[in-house]
Design a protein around this ligand. Structure first.
Ligand SMILES: Cc1cc2nc3c(=O)[nH]c(=O)nc-3n(C[C@H](O)[C@H](O)[C@H](O)COP(=O)(O)OP(=O)(O)OC[C@H]3O[C@@H](n4cnc5c(N)ncnc54)[C@H](O)[C@@H]3O)c2cc1C
Length: 390
């Protein structure tokens, strides 16, 4: 088995296969140091943590990650706490993605002696339609091309990888949704200024606050499409965050050095089917959700669980039913989360759309989840990912 990409999807898959004694090689273009420090996601849903734990992959996470049970909406100067764990019995675990990647690399490479090759170049796939596919790459030390023959390839190389491009266009559907806005993703060297995620829904645009560690906080600022980080000097960032996250009696934001300032082009996509011949995509390689509802890493983990079970059944029992059903099984949760992200995006961005109709319906959405128990339960289940569980 060759796994292309050592993100949450590829590394989780590699660990589960290794434990089941299924041979695999992981190929990664970046260095180990780089992937262990790359900050991205931070919130893992409880069902995903349970999945990691079932495979013995969550010991450090469970020992170190705080849980979050509520979020807060700030709108019109008022603060509204939303206690989703009370409604669902499920929490978020706050565990920065680079911590999870570090744990997964250590477990696979150091503890299980798994084969992982960093800083490879020019990965190409051959014969994915045949029973003997292979992957070639350039070895970073020798500069030589190397070829790995395998029984299957897992394309876990994220949104900018190569494996998705190997799916034949005539047999593949790419569904894409652009939000037509930008989000400035920020990391501040500052402690969180609230005990929970805060969404500041404001006529000037959304602002969001999310804890990462006791020393680091992630913030997001909605901005016009086409803006660049240069349009957002630090003083402007903090001024907008203070304005958009204002709320009666709220703790003032603690400012700190901005160590990441990155513009996100807010869009979603879904590739279907996620499998062609002996190539199976997983995670962002197959589907992207803008970080509006913090779903991407959770979906990547779900794919890894499903694909691992299917590949183990294929390799150990010759049972292909899991591989045949893999794409449909994954896409069920993917579409749930795509639909929820789009619904939530309207709530968060409507009041700054400049369109009074969009603003009115967005505020009605917020009002409904704050005042109707039925609506609150439905929102809470989607927010924590419990709706696609059954
Ligand atoms: C700012 C930000 C905040 C986010 N917040 C959240 C959140 O709170 N919750 C959440 O669930 N999700 C969040 N996400 C999304 C989450 O980070 C991704 O969905 C997740 O990383 C997907 O994991 P993956 O393993 O599919 O892909 P990736 O993590 O992208 O891993 C792919 C790997 O493949 C490697 N690679 C690429 N090309 C090749 C190649 N040709 N050959 C070999 N290797 C290759 C890459 O270097 C990378 O290591 C956030 C994303 C961003 C950008």
């Amino acid at each position: 088995m060759v796994i292309v990409g050592a993100g949450p999807a590829g590394l989780t898959l590699a660990n589960i296969l290794r434990t089941a004694a299924v041979d695999c090689v992981v190929l990664e273009t970046e260095s180990r140091d780089f992937i262990e420090q790359r900050p991205r996601a931070g919130f893992i849903e409880e069902w995903a943590v349970r999945g990691l734990d079932r495979h013995g992959l969550a010991d450090r996470l469970l020992a170190r990650a705080p849980v979050h049970s509520e979020c807060e909406f700030r709108y019109g100067g008022a603060r509204h706490t939303f206690r989703y764990a009370e409604l669902t019995g499920h929490h978020h675990y706050v565990y920065p993605q680079q911590f999870l990647v570090t744990d997964l690399v250590r477990q696979y490479a150091d503890e299980a002696d798994g084969d992982i090759r960093f800083q490879v170049r020019d990965v190409t796939l051959q014969d994915i339609d045949s029973e003997e596919p292979s992957v070639t790459y350039t070895d970073p030390e020798t500069g030589r091309r190397r070829r790995l023959a395998c029984t299957a390839i897992a394309g876990c190389d994220g949104a900018r990888g190569v494996t998705r491009t190997c799916l034949p266009a005539q047999d593949t559907t790419l569904a894409r949704h652009d939000y037509g806005i930008g989000w400035l993703a920020l990391l501040a060297e500052a402690p969180p200024s609230s005990d929970c995620v805060v969404f500041g829904i404001h006529p000037r645009g959304l602002a969001a606050h999310m804890a990462r560690t006791p020393e680091i906080t992630r913030y997001y600022l909605q901005c016009p499409p086409g803006d660049t980080p240069d349009d957002w000097p630090d003083a402007r960032v903090w001024s907008e965050l203070h304005t958009r996250l204002a709320g009666a009696g709220a703790r003032p934001l603690t400012e700190g050095r901005l160590i990441e300032k990155r513009m996100l082009d807010m869009h979603n996509y879904v590739v279907a089917p996620m499998t062609h011949g002996r190539l199976h995509l997983a995670g962002d390689a197959a589907h992207l959700t803008a970080p509006i509802a913090a779903k991407g890493m959770n979906l990547a983990l779900n794919d890894a669980f499903l694909l691992a079970d299917a590949l183990i059944a294929h390799c150990t029992r010759g049972d292909d039913s899991g591989l045949i059903g893999y794409s449909a099984a994954s896409l069920r949760r993917v579409w749930h989360d795509q639909e929820f992200s789009e619904w939530f995006a309207h709530l968060l961005h409507g009041p700054s759309s400049g369109d009074p109709f969009q603003a009115g319906t967005a505020v009605a959405r917020l009002d409904r989840i704050l005042h109707s128990r039925g609506a609150a339960v439905a929102f809470a289940e989607s927010y924590i990912g419990k709706d696609a569980d059954g």
